[in-house]
Write a protein that binds this ligand. Structure first.
Ligand SMILES: [Zn+2]
Length: 236
């Protein structure tokens, strides 16, 4: 009976291995890498769109402020010539105000130029990023096709193993199967070990004592002294 369980655990481990191989295949890893790059690029794309929106809004505000300052400056200039500036004191106050407004205008123009420059940078980055995202999508689609083939190949192998398991199960007693399933977790999926004629347990690769070997060969249910797995020999 342990021989059949040993066979079952071999097949189940083969199933797990196939699943892992599929997930660790180079194609799958490349797909995962591209996907994470694509997601990072998409986030950057959204950031750029946000920054662009803010800069455009800033430019709008600069233009409004500039128009406002320009209007005030015009008024000061008009006042200089309409006769309302009668004293030296008022004149110098108006001149100071005009200088301040002129400086403000220059500052706004500089800010706007910086915004334009920044916008150009963002637009260039967006163009490059768009191309990169397109390339990532194309690569991903190609890999997806390859991966589909790989999956079909694995599905074929998995079906073979599943069929072997299905053929094996009826030969195993229910009680033994229940014991096997209950102990699988404890032994990393393999609670049964084959004891070779050299007295080596194939679960932990150590040599068992002669007494244990004899008891196992005689058909008693024994457990490896080192790893605790149930043992069976070719005599079973
Ligand atoms: Zn062992």
């Amino acid at each position: 009976m342990l021989k059949q369980l040993h066979q079952l655990q071999k097949l189940q481990n083969a199933q797990k291995l196939l699943e892992q191989e599929k997930l660790h295949s180079e194609t799958y890893c490349q797909m995962a890498k591209i996907k994470s790059e694509y997601e990072a690029d998409k986030r950057r794309w959204q950031q750029l769109a946000c920054m662009r929106g803010e800069l455009l809004q800033n430019r709008k505000e600069y233009a409004e402020s500039l128009a406002d300052v320009n209007h005030k400056l015009q008024k000061e200039q008009d006042a200089m010539y309409d006769g309302s500036t009668s004293t030296v004191k008022v004149l110098s106050a108006r001149e100071a105000q005009m200088t301040a407004l002129g400086e403000k205008m220059e500052a706004l123009k500089t800010q706007d130029e910086e915004a334009i420059h920044h916008l150009q940078q963002i637009e260039q980055e967006a163009v490059d990023l768009k191309q990169k995202i397109e390339e990532e999508c194309q690569s991903f689609e190609r890999l997806k096709l390859d991966y589909k083939e790989i999956c079909e190949d694995y599905a074929h192998k998995e079906a073979e193993v599943a069929a072997e398991i299905a053929a094996l199960l009826p030969s195993i007693e229910k009680g033994e199967l229940a014991w096997f399933e209950a102990n699988q977790h404890k032994f990393g999926g393999s609670p049964v070990a084959y004891l070779s004629s050299e007295h080596v347990c194939d679960g932990c690769h150590t040599i068992v004592t002669p007494v244990l070997y004899k008891r196992t060969v005689s058909g008693q249910r024994t457990y490896c002294e080192k790893c605790g797995r149930a043992l069976f020999t070719d005599n079973e």
